[in-house]
Design a protein around this ligand. Structure first.
Ligand code: SAM
Ligand code: SF4
Length: 335
């Protein structure tokens, strides 16, 4: 028996039981709010191997983490990603294995993911107009993504949610179309306020900001929204509403207009193995160095993670009118 605790608690008494693992910072898209057109990616040797990611996952699960989300970059373009998903799907103690994806590979991978134990899937979709979709993602093919969404529905995941980032003057006229699309397919949708992560020059983030409140007003023209009070459903940053007459839930993730830090139950690990304690702050701990050390043991990794809880910040602060404090792009942290 060792003396290690079995749960992760930070100094504000928040229990951390959810980890997002970025498996790559690379992507086949270049969404205008997420990346610059020209990006420099992490050299391969600095990225955690699939075995190292599995080890990190195991350490967290042994510390009481019940939910892991794989993200990126685009997680489904990481070479041999199913070889990571298979053992994660069998990790004792892991209740939920989720993925956030741009959907480009789902038409061919959805059923394998489901069979290997992925329970929930978030798929990004910002437009239903092929040309606009291409402009916003710079490379994306809308038909391929819609085929992927339909393949995911067919595969039978426990929960499917679309994620949409709405930019003023670009796709705010599609808010209702996106909700209707989710509604017709009986899946959920969340609208995410754009966050100032990384320096981009494609648009002015302050000018294109659309608040969740404004989007809720638009949706209310067609749908009656009932707030969901069940903490099971609302835990985490999204505030959910049920639509009358269907199972679709509509969520709003509002880092600007509704600060969710006091509920924060999550940490993130970048593809390079940096443990990030907060999306909106730089506090981090290097796990790759621990794993690659000569005298590595799972216990040392677990101790490093436990100690890191003491630097998890109380809250973030985003200001769209100032140069971003956080220079890393969203593809580094995976959202
Ligand atoms: N490539 C996958 C995808 O697009 O779903 C996973 C990674 S992506 C970084 C995760 C989520 O972050 C996506 O839903 C995306 O829309 C969102 N995102 C990216 N950059 C963002 C930003 N600056 N502000 C808010 N959300 C952002
Ligand atoms: Fe790629 Fe996802 Fe970022 Fe779009 S949001 S560029 S799909 S990582």
């Amino acid at each position: 028996m060792n003396d290690l605790p079995q749960v992760l608690i930070d100094r504000f008494q928040r229990r951390v039981d959810y980890v997002r693992l970025s498996v790559t910072d690379r992507c086949d898209f270049r969404c205008v709010y997420c990346m610059a057109e020209d990006m420099t990616f992490t050299p391969k040797e600095q990225v955690l191997t699939l075995e190292e990611i599995q080890e990190v996952a195991r350490a967290f699960v042994e510390l009481g983490v019940g939910k892991i989300r794989l993200t990126g970059g685009e997680p489904l373009i990481r070479n041999n990603i199913l070889a990571l998903i298979e053992p994660l799907g069998q990790l004792p103690g892991l209740d939920q294995l989720a993925i956030t994806t741009n959907g480009s590979q789902l038409h061919r991978m959805a059923s394998d993911l489901h069979e290997l134990g992925v329970t929930r899937i978030n798929i990004s979709l910002d437009s239903l107009q092929p040309r606009r979709f291409r402009q916003l993602t710079r490379h994306g093919n809308l038909n391929q993504v819609i085929a992927g969404i339909d393949a995911a529905i067919e595969a039978g995941f426990e929960q499917i949610r679309l994620n949409a980032v709405i930019l003023k003057g670009r796709n705010e006229d599609e808010v209702l179309d996106l909700v209707n699309f989710a509604y017709q397919r009986n899946i959920d949708i969340a609208f995410i306020e754009e966050m100032p992560l990384g320096l981009i020059d494609e648009h002015d983030r302050a000018l294109s900001f659309c608040s969740s409140e404004a989007l809720r007003d638009i949706i209310s023209r067609q749908y009656t929204l009932e707030p969901l009070g069940d903490p099971e459903d609302t835990a985490g940053p999204a505030r959910y509403f049920r639509t009358t007459g269907g199972p679709t839930r509509i969520g709003f993730i509002s880092p600007h207009s509704h600060n969710f830090c006091h509920l924060c139950n999550r940490v993130r690990v970048t593809a390079e193995g940096q443990l990030l304690l907060c999306l909106g702050n730089e506090h981090s701990v290097d796990l790759r160095g621990v794993i690659r050390a000569k005298d590595y043991t799972l216990d040392t990794l677990k101790r490093t993670i436990i100690n890191a809880m003491s630097i998890k910040p109380e809250s973030h602060h985003f200001d769209l009118d100032e140069a971003p404090d956080i220079v890393r792009f969203m593809n580094t942290t995976g959202g």
